[in-house]
Design a binder for this molecule. Structure first.
Ligand code: PMP
Length: 429
């Protein structure tokens, strides 16, 4: 039997870092990434046939569990008709109508192939619509790897952004202002200074790419007010939160309405899909209706639409999201109790179907600086020990965890039993 470690070694010869997306590489961990052969419900099975209770869910889409039979069936049914036509298909309108119904701030929507494409296009649209260049984002929020959004803060709120990666021109990054998450005063100060140059604010309404950080009370409302005042476009990046923290996403959960919304992950049911949408007025600026160019050879792919439409319809079952949040509560409360019993400083934060674990003596974690003050080494040891116990957490202290409706009480109990052993040995190496 070929092991994960052997497969990883082979992969590293041909693929940079052995992976097609960096976080999969288990960087900083004391072992090679698991090579997964198949998945079912709450479980991943690796090439050595080890079974793991999975809290990554392909990084979010698998909200009803892996290999959902109804989603697979929908894809199978369309398969023999062909994979892609490059023409309009009826199912694209079915998908668009469904998204507009579930997220009423979206009156028109364009399908793309990834979350990155969704945010990239939304930012272009905000710039085109307002005729302004500057974008405000928040430190520790991740919006995919598009140039304008892969930018970190300068030394002060109003200094020009610096690229976070070689290959991004400084002359482009300087149009991105990065502020601290949950710091409304900084946003106000920034707009007072340069508000008339700001095309829009892009924000993860629950931050899920620096562990799991909910918005402070009134943070999102404040962003809405400021955007109204200055005529800037408020963009919610709901690639992660969409259909997960509530059927209507974080905007429904917190009752704050953005101008544009970016979607990904769940909307494609596990296929490569993203979407961006908003008011008819703003979306009318998109090509071919308007002058802002955006396109995609495989966008609205019929198999991907079939998977996404089927999954979204499943989530409409009354009580689905309450039950998901209940499972997250049981898991998080159980983890906190076991950490406390073992004398380990750990807290959890959660919103709906997403959660995060923080090894810290802080009682709340609100921003990037506080996340980076947590004990990352402790997390890594915990992660490895949980993997040994058959529990697959995201291999990074900066990622949120995802629950699915396929996680049974027994799966959660197994996770808690594993955590009890892991916490007990955490002090030791
Ligand atoms: N926005 C958010 C909030 C995300 O979490 C991600 C991916 N994790 C993206 C955008 C980028 O999506 P993709 O990886 O599909 O390009």
């Amino acid at each position: 039997m070929t092991t994960s470690a052997e497969l990883f070694e082979q992969a590293c010869r041909y693929i940079p870092g052995g992976v097609n997306s960096p976080v999969r590489a288990f960087k900083g961990m004391d072992r090679a990434p698991r090579f997964i052969e198949r998945a079912q419900g709450a479980y991943l099975f690796d090439v050595e046939d080890n079974r793991y209770v999975d809290y990554v869910g392909s990084w979010g889409p698998m909200i009803t569990g892996h290999a959902d039979p109804e989603v697979l069936d929908a894809v199978r049914k369309r398969l023999d008709d062909g994979l892609s036509f490059g023409t309009p298909t009826a199912i694209e309108t079915t998908m668009a109508e469904l998204i507009c119904e579930l997220l009423p701030t979206i009156e028109m929507v364009r399908m793309v192939n990834s979350g990155t494409e969704a945010t990239m296009s939304a930012v272009r649209l905000a710039r085109g619509y307002t005729g302004r260049d500057k974008i405000v984002k928040f430190e520790g929020n991740y919006h995919g790897h598009t140039d304008s959004l892969l930018v970190k803060a300068g030394s002060g709120a109003l200094t020009h952004g610096e690229p976070s990666s070689p290959g991004i021109p400084a002359s482009l990054a300087e149009h991105t202002v990065t502020l601290s998450y949950n710091d409304l005063e900084a946003v106000e100060a920034c707009f007072e200074e340069i508000g008339d140059q700001i095309a829009g604010i892009i924000v993860e309404p629950v931050a899920g790419n620096m562990n799991c950080i909910p918005p402070a009370p009134d943070f999102l409302k404040g962003l809405r007010r400021i955007c109204n005042e200055y005529g800037s476009v408020l963009i919610f990046d709901e690639v992660m939160t969409g259909f997960r923290v509530a059927l209507g996403g974080a905007q429904a959960h917190y009752g704050v309405m953005p101008d544009l919304t970016c979607l990904g992950k769940i909307v494609g049911g596990g296929m490569p899909v993203g979407a961006f949408g908003g008011s008819r007025e703003i979306m009318s600026w998109i090509s071919p209706l308007g002058p802002v160019y955006q396109a995609g050879t495989l966008a609205g792919n019929p198999l991907a639409m079939a998977a996404g439409v089927t999954l979204l319809n499943k989530l409409r079952e009354p009580g689905f999201h309450d039950a998901l949040a209940q499972r997250v509560d049981t898991l998080c409360a159980g983890l906190e109790a076991r950490a406390e019993a073992a004398g380990v400083d750990m807290i959890t934060q959660r919103v709906g179907g997403m959660f995060g674990l923080f090894f810290t003596h802080q009682t709340r974690v609100d921003n990037f600086a506080q996340v980076t003050a947590c004990d990352a080494e402790m997390f890594r040891r915990f992660f490895s020990r949980m993997l040994d116990q058959g529990v697959y957490l995201a291999p990074s202290p900066f990622e949120a965890g995802f629950m699915s409706s396929a996680h049974s009480p027994e799966d959660i109990q197994k996770t808690l039993d594993g955590a009890e052993k892991a916490f007990d040995t955490l002090g030791r190496t």
